[in-house]
Design a protein around this ligand. Structure first.
Ligand code: SF4
Length: 336
């Protein structure tokens, strides 16, 4: 898509119907808890929006966030926003490599200085001068600091970028696990190690792709961010717990629980609380906006919530008495 092409022109060229586009706007407006008239406004603004430059930096991560996006189903409007429309620089998806890739990043920064969107996934190592992860000969921290200079905002995608995630795990039984000194984008801003910019956290391991596309679409259409909570998460997506929107909630209220993953209660779809479900203390939109084209999410598939979108995930998978790793499906701290 050229910089002068509007979003409508781009979608038309890619064979996306206006009906599909309006359906995306209605779904996004609904997910963002916007009133009906806001859906029409979102469609009108988004239709004429010009291409924003997006630079996507991947640091200490597993590529799961990108996998979540690219396998979300295609060709949807969501996929086009993320996979085809915006990305000027993405470590995993770009064709360029080596010096050409780094030149592409600098070109995108220079051409869109002050207006590009910076997406970060993965945590940033800070121990030992940051040598635990380098790209093109510079540490992740240096690359982040440099790329933030001309950015309009930062979207921290995934729990690693938002909270430190698995690379920052430092459980009681192995306090040296976080050997790389992994930090989140927000932590580094608070510490003054990188510039302070508007920050949106989109946690999840991985995040639901529609939450990312919805956040970007809102920014595209309005030139501003959706309402955020006290952890910089879009309130519309993270304002409620998984538990509040879980299809098993009626069983929880009726005291109907599964005691094993293959018992009669499990087969009847009973609540998974006693099997360690973290839904009551986890804020995420996955029961409402599911993965893989709204196909499924953990409790729909018979597994309890892991709490992947909260701070301190993965440490909470450890036994509270410090006796060791207990497995991701068992969280003794919420057992009655
Ligand atoms: S399965 Fe988990 S999220 Fe669902 S009702 Fe039970 S405790 Fe709540």
């Amino acid at each position: 898509m050229s910089c002068d092409e509007t979003f409508t022109e781009f979608l038309t060229r890619r064979g996306v119907s206006r009906r599909s586009f309006l359906a995306f706007c209605a779904t996004t407006a609904s997910a963002l808890a916007l009133p009906a008239e806001a859906a029409r406004q979102l469609a009108a603004n988004l239709a004429t929006a010009r291409r924003p430059s997006v630079i996507w930096l991947s640091f200490q991560e597993c590529t799961g966030c990108t996998e979540s996006l690219t396998r979300s189903g295609a060709p949807t409007v969501e996929a086009l926003i993320l996979d085809h429309l915006s990305l000027d620089y993405h470590h995993t998806l770009q064709a360029a490599s080596g010096a050409a890739a780094e030149q592409a990043r600098r070109n995108a920064m220079a051409a869109n200085y002050g207006s590009y969107v910076l997406v970060v996934d993965g945590s940033i190592p800070t121990a030992d001068g940051g040598v635990w992860s380098t790209i093109a000969g510079v540490t992740n921290l240096e690359m982040l600091r440099e790329t933030m200079e001309g950015a309009a905002l930062v979207i921290a995608v995934g729990t690693c970028a938002a909270y430190g995630g698995i690379p920052a795990a430092a459980a009681v039984t192995a306090p040296r696990l976080n050997q790389s000194g992994a930090r989140s984008v927000g932590d580094l801003m608070d510490a003054g190690a990188i510039p302070s910019l508007p920050l949106v956290n989109v946690p999840g391991c991985p995040p639901v792709p529609d939450v990312i596309s919805g956040t970007i679409a809102y920014f595209l259409a309005n030139g501003s961010l959706p309402e955020l909570d006290d952890q910089n998460r879009p309130r519309a997506y993270y304002g409620k717990t998984v538990h509040e929107r879980c299809p098993r909630l009626s069983h929880y209220r009726n005291g109907e629980f599964a005691f094993a993953f293959d018992d009669e209660g499990a087969q009847k779809g009973y609540c998974l609380y006693l099997l360690g479900c973290k839904g009551p203390e986890t804020h995420n939109a996955c029961p409402k906006v599911r993965w893989n084209l709204n196909t499924s999410f953990p409790m729909h598939s018979g597994h309890g919530c892991l709490g992947c979108s909260e701070a301190a995930f993965w440490d909470r998978a450890m036994a509270v008495d410090g006796s060791g790793f207990t497995g991701s499906c068992f969280y003794p701290d919420i057992r009655p």
